[in-house]
Design a protein around this ligand. Structure first.
Ligand code: MLT
Length: 284
């Protein structure tokens, strides 16, 4: 069992005043892996361990941040699909007035769609009570690639601590599936993976567990990246390749929105093709 550099509970572990006494605590042993891209996840979708694992899909810029924002704003559900054609065909089978077509190609709204992929567009007045059919370049592919996992959660910087708590409550080995950008590693997704991993020991402690996590090398790199950018996530997102592209397209405000740690503490969960909020997983 390889431990986090700095000690078994580190980084981020705190002994809460209300934590159970040593003798009453339980051990929680988890294997932790990070996959770098949607393509890697697609290649590994047949991994025989995946159906027993908890997957956390991350596309900070911007698909999973948008899903978090949409569901927090009262959307009934988000259906991630792979192509605009699939989105339109599915919308035609659903009752009019209750469906929103959302998504992007090359980061801008798809012609004929109601909304793009900016989380700031997904306000209660637009999406409340509606089902969103969403297609994005990398993020929705990553969701589908992870779908064989026992549990599939959507992670972002916006909901990092809430997702860490949900992972601990699952008590399963965890794989963090970063969407990446068109087959390449992306700094923002790996940063968010590290932010979620940093929160695991504290979340375990709050649940009365001593966490013994066996981190793979990309998990360790993610933790190092999160430590490096601590308190500077907005700066980190501006520094990324995709962040710079979004800024050039006029979406700078999205970077600030997506960089806010724990600002939208909800846990979207994929089940039977639809992503909904997990009841009872709030900011407590
Ligand atoms: C994606 O899925 O590739 C992204 O969310 C792209 C974007 O920023 O709109």
């Amino acid at each position: 069992m390889r431990e986090t550099p700095g000690g078994k509970q580190s980084p981020g572990a705190k002994q809460r005043p209300g934590a159970k006494r040593e003798g009453e605590r339980r051990r929680l042993q988890l294997k932790v892996a990070v996959w770098a891209t949607a393509e890697e996840a697609a290649d590994r979708a047949g991994d025989p361990t995946l159906p027993s694992q908890c997957a956390v899909v991350i596309d900070v810029l911007r698909a999973t941040s948008t899903i978090v924002a949409a569901l927090a704003a009262g959307a009934a559900g988000v259906i991630p699909v792979l192509t605009p054609e699939e989105a339109r065909a599915l919308a035609r089978t659903m009752p009019g007035g209750h469906v929103i077509l959302g998504g992007e190609r090359k980061a801008v709204r798809i012609p004929g769609f109601d909304l793009g992929n900016s989380p700031r567009e997904y306000r209660a007045e637009e999406v409340g009570g509606k089902t969103i059919i969403l297609t994005t370049t990398n993020g929705t592919r990553a969701v589908h690639a992870a779908s064989a996992a026992a549990r599939v959660l959507m992670g972002a910087i916006l909901n990092a601590s809430a997702v860490a708590r949900a992972v601990i409550r699952e008590g399963r080995d965890v794989v963090i599936v970063c969407a990446g950008t068109r087959g390449s590693f992306s700094l923002e997704d790996t940063l968010a993976a590290g932010v979620i991993l940093e929160a695991l020991p504290g979340a375990a402690d709050a649940e009365g567990y001593d966490l013994e996590a066996d981190y793979d090398d990309l998990s360790l790199a993610a933790l190092a990246i999160a430590g490096h950018y601590a308190g500077r996530f907005d700066e980190a997102l501006r520094w990324t390749h995709h962040g710079m592209d979004l800024e050039a397209l006029g979406f700078a405000a999205d970077l600030d929105y997506c960089a806010r740690l724990d600002a939208v503490p909800v846990v979207p969960v994929w089940s039977d093709g639809v992503i909904r909020l997990r009841m009872g997983e709030g900011a407590d």
